[in-house]
Design a protein around this ligand. Structure first.
Ligand code: AMP
Ligand code: ZN
Ligand code: FE
Ligand code: FE
Length: 278
């Protein structure tokens, strides 16, 4: 089994690629994808760590897309990071993340909370800045006890300081991944849309644009949502993937808590432009 969605400190996780590889071996996995937000910077180290442990490495990204101000995450596997359009969008998104995090930090400060841009930056380091870094600053400042409370009270999409990221329409994100030679899977669809019925037309358009799979099996989905998204995938003839969406200490999930069978990962590889054997 292969965990197809994990993060490191190259975006908003708290672990290194080497630590993820060790955890994957301990979980009994045979392979691991790295899918940091809007960056492929961790690939080289993750590939080396997987090779050192005899794990299959699936290079991935969790690309930010947007639908009417709401965030939609599209996983891209096997993209060519040197593709000019793809690289330009990743770079634009990192700038957009920076803008949006500064705006949200200013709003928090204007509400009298003792957080500064320097604190947020210290948590993000060189990574594309995300709301978990803002949340870490809120915890550090003693405003909230934990990250969940930071999202519930301040950072959520309905929260008092939220600023959306301007990003591609999900259909265009799928097309961009395909044009860069990769294969797209919709991340945690139940967490994003609830029941599949809430997104029928969008799903049809994404499949039309080349979407190859739905991440039906995800820790944020209960049994009913998982079943509903599995059958949504079956109806459309696309693959079902399973992943932990591991974020190190930032979420209470373990690597390998959900995972994908090897034949499904092979089918994803065959759908890339190069027909990749990972
Ligand atoms: P952003 O990409 O900046 O919009 O932040 C989204 C990230 O925040 C995703 O990786 C989510 O996994 C994470 N996230 C969303 N809600 C929560 C929460 N309640 N607790 C911890 N992390 C969260
Ligand atoms: Zn994240
Ligand atoms: Fe996500
Ligand atoms: Fe994720």
């Amino acid at each position: 089994m292969i965990d197809l969605h994990t993060h490191t400190w190259f975006s908003d996780g708290t672990t290194t690629p080497e630590e993820n590889a060790v955890l994957a071996v301990a979980a009994g996995l045979t392979g691991l994808a790295l899918t940091d937000h809007d960056t492929t910077d961790g690939w080289e180290r993750m590939a080396a760590a997987c090779a050192a442990h005899g794990l299959l490495f699936v290079p991935g990204i969790e690309l930010s897309a947007e639908l009417d101000g709401a965030s939609v995450h599209v996983l891209g596997y096997g993209v060519d990071p040197g593709d000019a359009d793809f690289a330009a969008e990743c770079s634009r998104l990192r700038g957009e993340r920076d803008r949006r995090a500064r705006v949200m930090t200013e709003r928090l400060a204007a509400l009298g909370l003792p957080v500064t841009w320097a604190m947020v930056q210290a948590h993000a380091g060189d990574a594309p800045v995300g709301r978990p870094h803002l949340g870490a600053a809120l915890v550090e400042a003693g405003v909230v006890d934990d990250l969940d409370a930071a999202f519930d009270r301040w950072l959520g999409e309905d929260g008092p300081v939220h600023e959306p990221k301007r990003a591609l329409h999900p259909v265009d994100a799928v097309a961009l991944i395909g044009a860069a030679g990769g294969v797209a899977v919709l991340a945690h669809p139940g967490a994003t849309f609830g029941e599949p019925g809430a997104a029928e037309e969008l799903l049809d358009a994404m499949v039309e644009a080349g979407l190859a799979g739905l991440e039906a099996d995800h820790p944020a989905h209960d049994a009913a949502l998982t079943a509903a998204w599995r059958s949504a995938a079956r109806r459309r003839g696309v693959l079902v993937t399973g992943s932990s969406d591991f974020h190190g200490g930032r979420k209470p999930v373990r690597i390998g808590e959900r995972a994908t069978p090897v034949p499904v990962v092979d089918a994803l590889g065959e759908s890339t432009r190069g027909g990749t054997r990972w």
